[in-house]
Design a binder for this molecule. Structure first.
Ligand SMILES: Cc1ncc(COP(=O)(O)O)c(C=O)c1O
Length: 380
């Protein structure tokens, strides 16, 4: 019999049946009155959920497009920009911004650590920046940036827009745009929202929308806020074809989130991360991110001595759990495990038990049940 595969990479995450059902619905015209109503409700819900005093844009695309959309609508050639990077995805802003002719200064941390907030403060004192980018959770390192603390600092620099990449965080890690002073927040559907890949969400505060106005005509076309704004205000209008079924799928995800309660969802993610990380440490893995900056949405796990990455992940896949490999210098030394979105206790127990079986089959001196025991103590 074929083993079912549980998708535990850090995105896409498992998609529950009710969300799949929305994707499988018969597609209607984007001007269909019922669809227009659904889209409008979704836009309002998304703004309310993250305390956005401006606008939200829901457009077909991926997280990278969200990064580009954030930059294209707030900065122009020659602007100074500060990039705070905690890994591969923080670094992605560098090339993106260099191509746009921005003057980017970069503050990077060693993988597993954060850039100290004092260093960011020093930089902001030295130079006037049009914007700063911070990746909330860098998926390559499992590091969670102190976005609230940075937000406090940003309140002293109102001329600088605060752009947060929430691709591996939004709907799993606390984000309150007003309170944290975030001007642009961006994410994709495939991570903590638990929807298949396909939609980008970008929230822009009033201040970010004012900046967009100051820029006049921007060179980007599909991702221009100005082009999409009339659609977001009245989804019966056309600019480019909305991804009808994906919008329904996201609406169902938002319904699930509202039913759970966003605060409860954040709490659940924290508890799940603590439980999984304790269980995995008990099995001999080392967590790359230091304890003070560990994400709730995923864990990046360095192998115990003697475990071969390809063999281990192959065995794990055979046993039914799909995880991702390490990036950069950690390729072959680490694996990445997502634990965000709509996963439940059944999934967690199954994941740890399966990791134990894969370790055992890989010849590691593992005590079967040890990780599950630790996990169970955290889950009751
Ligand atoms: C933090 C972060 N930012 C941006 C991206 C890019 O998103 P996408 O692959 O959807 O373009 C990712 C992808 O994993 C990510 O983890």
């Amino acid at each position: 019999m074929k083993t079912r595969k549980l998708l535990m990479i850090p995105g896409p995450t498992p998609v529950v049946r009710s969300i799949q059902d929305q994707m499988g619905r018969e597609t209607v015209a984007f001007g269909d009155p019922d669809f227009v109503k659904d889209f409008k409700e979704l836009v309002e819900d998304l703004k309310a959920m993250f305390d956005c005093n401006g606008e939200v844009f829901v457009v077909a695309g991926t997280g990278t497009m969200g990064m580009e959309m954030a930059i294209a609508n707030t900065l122009k050639k020659g602007d100074n920009l500060l990039i705070v990077s905690h890994g591969f995805f923080g670094d992605r802003f560098i090339e993106l911004c260099e191509r746009k002719g921005l003057n980017a200064d970069i503050l990077s941390s060693e993988w597993g650590e954060i850039v100290p907030v004092e260093e960011i403060e020093e930089k902001l004192k030295e130079k006037k920046y049009a914007a700063i980018t911070v990746t909330h959770v860098d998926t390559s390192t499992g590091v969670c940036a102190p976005i609230s603390e940075i937000g406090e600092l940003m309140k002293k620099h109102p001329e600088t827009l605060y752009i947060v990449d929430g691709v591996c965080a939004t709907a799993g890690e606390p984000e309150y745009m007003e309170e944290m002073g975030i001007d642009v927040l961006l994410t994709g559907t495939q991570k903590a929202f638990g929807v298949a890949p396909g939609l980008t969400m970008v929230w822009a505060s009033k201040k970010a929308m004012d900046r967009r106005k100051e820029l006049g005509v921007v060179s980007e076309y599909y991702i221009d806020f100005d082009k999409w704004l009339p659609v977001m205000k009245d989804p019966s209008k056309y600019y480019a074809t909305p991804a009808v079924n994906m919008i329904w799928a996201l609406q169902e995800s938002v319904r699930i989130i509202k039913e759970e309660g966003l605060e409860n969802r954040y709490d659940r993610h924290r508890k799940v991360a603590d439980a999984m990380q304790a269980a995995l440490e008990a099995l001999g893995f080392k967590i790359l991110a230091k304890e003070h900056c560990r994400a709730s949405t995923l864990s990046n796990l360095i192998y115990p001595e003697g475990i071969d990455d390809a063999k281990f992940r192959g065995l794990l896949a055979e046993e039914g759990i799909v995880v991702a490999g390490g990036l950069g210098a950690y390729a072959g030394k680490m694996f990445r495990l997502g634990h965000m979105g709509n996963i439940d206790k059944h999934d967690l127990v199954s994941v740890i038990a399966t990791i134990e079986r894969a370790l055992y089959r890989a010849g590691a001196p593992v005590e079967l049940g040890k990780g599950v025991g630790v996990l169970q103590k955290h889950l009751v």
